[in-house]
Design a protein around this ligand. Structure first.
Ligand code: ARG
Length: 459
């Protein structure tokens, strides 16, 4: 019979066992669970709650259980509900009654909170490293194409010319905020819950600061009831990941558009595109599309977690076991998405002649020509009206602003001179020489700053 069934007269129904079991997915917490148990056993001995000799045997057995799991010889049992029970049962199987002492001054409620916090901390640390890798890939492409010009868009309509590097650096900024958000959420995750017991604390002289040091936490929780029922750190992780995925879905969308025949701004490497089973000519940006799609699933995991926690009374409730599957899915998805994006971005080719042409077509310099008139003393609003009429005229004639004769210009304002033809995409870009603007000088400074950030300096 199950070790926790002593107050009952029979075993749980098979359907209940299956329904309540979490071992199929919480086995992923084995490393954290064993690390927590080792620290707990050492603390119990240090405080004289168990003997040093018993602690030694427990630690040795736990270490060998970890090896069994890693070598694949450990047998996970569904009837033992979760990873905590599975490891403890094996411990007792290995060293007998001594193993029964490990759970002194502990509950699965503070144990699972500990395991999840350790897991989230590791995940955040890895994600930050990987996000920096993606930032670095974006920077490489921006630097390699630092002179390329493209149309900047609003409403997905050509708006003003920009440097291609400036456009990519916008994604660098988004990812930098993500890195900062992950770092910030790490502070609130980095709190040791162990020692809270089931909910009220434990009636033993435990040393929680020792546990925190052993397990690498910088703080201990301050309220045992909160500690066993707080899942904010998982919600924050899911929210932060959702924002990152939202950013990646925007980049994905641009890569899908840019690699289309209609835009033709970039070419994705063969290794990062897929073919069609029916149309031999197709080269599909499936990676970008899937990232866009997976973003929906990640939002779903956040919503699920918020809903699981909604209106739960203090303290631990079994509902909280439902925190795990969506969480693991979110961790796996963000890590694989960032990894594949790093490869996709670093191998793409920018077609500078196409982006340059697109930045030169139509009436994209209308704002600059309005600014030209402002330079000759026309108030901006009036210049805007003049240019609006001129664009209307050009469109009616089936021309672009560039095609208009000086007489045509002059008929809308006598202030236009021959030098109106000196206004180009390059002068438009160079004129925007304000901090954060697209002028080459500004973008060069931003590239240097960004490089410093990914290299670890002030980032
Ligand atoms: N498997 C449980 C979870 O993930 C562990 C805690 C169980 N505690 C309890 N009192 N049943 O939340």
């Amino acid at each position: 019979m199950n070790p926790m069934r002593d107050r009952f007269t029979k075993d749980v129904d098979k359907s209940v066992e299956k329904y309540t079991s979490s071992i199929s997915y919480d086995k992923r917490l084995y490393k954290q669970d064993i690390a927590g148990s080792i620290a707990h056993a050492r603390m119990l001995a240090k405080q004289g709650i168990i003997s040093e000799k018993d602690a030694e045997r427990i630690v040795m057995a736990l270490t060998s259980i970890r090896d069994e799991i890693e070598q694949g010889s450990f047998v996970f049992r569904d009837d033992l509900e979760d990873i905590h029970m599975n490891i403890e049962a094996r411990l007792i199987e290995k060293i007998g009654d001594v193993g029964r002492k490990l759970h002194t001054a502990r509950s699965r409620n503070d144990q699972v909170a500990l395991d999840m916090r350790l897991f989230v901390k590791e995940a955040i640390t890895q994600i930050i490293v990987d996000l920096k890798g993606l930032q670095s890939a974006l920077l490489d492409v921006a630097e390699a194409n630092r002179d390329e010009i493209m149309p900047g868009y609003t409403h997905l309509q050509r708006a003003q010319p920009v440097l291609f590097a400036h456009h990519l650096l916008a994604y660098f900024e988004m990812l930098q905020r993500d890195v900062e958000r992950f770092r910030d959420s790490l502070k609130r995750t980095d709190v040791l819950p162990l020692g809270s017991g089931a909910l009220a604390g434990v009636p033993y002289p435990v040393d929680r600061d020792f546990l925190a040091r052993e397990l690498g936490f910088s703080r201990i929780s301050q309220n045992s009831m909160d500690a066993v029922s707080d899942r904010d750190f998982i919600i924050e992780f899911q929210a932060t990941t959702s924002i990152t995925m939202m950013h990646l879905s925007r980049l994905a969308e641009e890569l899908v558009l840019w690699s289309s025949a209609e835009f033709g701004f970039i070419e994705l490497d063969d290794a990062y595109t897929t073919g069609s089973s029916i149309m031999p000519q197709k080269k599909n940006p499936d990676v970008a599309e899937l990232a866009r799609g997976k973003t929906g699933r990640i939002y779903g995991n956040l919503m699920a977690m918020l809903t699981i926690m909604k209106a739960l009374p203090l303290s631990y409730n079994r509902d909280m076991q439902e925190d795990k599957e969506g969480f693991f899915d979110t961790v796996d998805t963000i890590l694989s998405t960032v990894e594949v994006f790093t490869g996709m971005v670093s191998t793409l080719t920018v077609k500078g002649e196409v982006t340059r042409r697109a930045a030169d077509e139509g009436c994209i310099l209308a704002t600059d020509l309005a600014d030209y008139l402002v330079g000759k003393g026309v108030p901006f609003r009036e210049a805007h009206v003049i240019m609006g009429r001129l664009v209307h005229y050009a469109v009616e004639k089936g021309k672009t602003l560039r095609d208009l004769s000086l007489d045509e210009y002059k008929s809308s304002s006598h202030l236009f001179e021959e030098d109106v033809y000196n206004v180009t995409a390059e002068t438009s870009i160079a004129a925007r020489n304000v901090p954060g603007g697209t002028a080459p000088e500004q973008v060069a400074q931003q590239l240097t700053r960004a490089r410093k950030i990914v290299q670890g300096g002030d980032g």
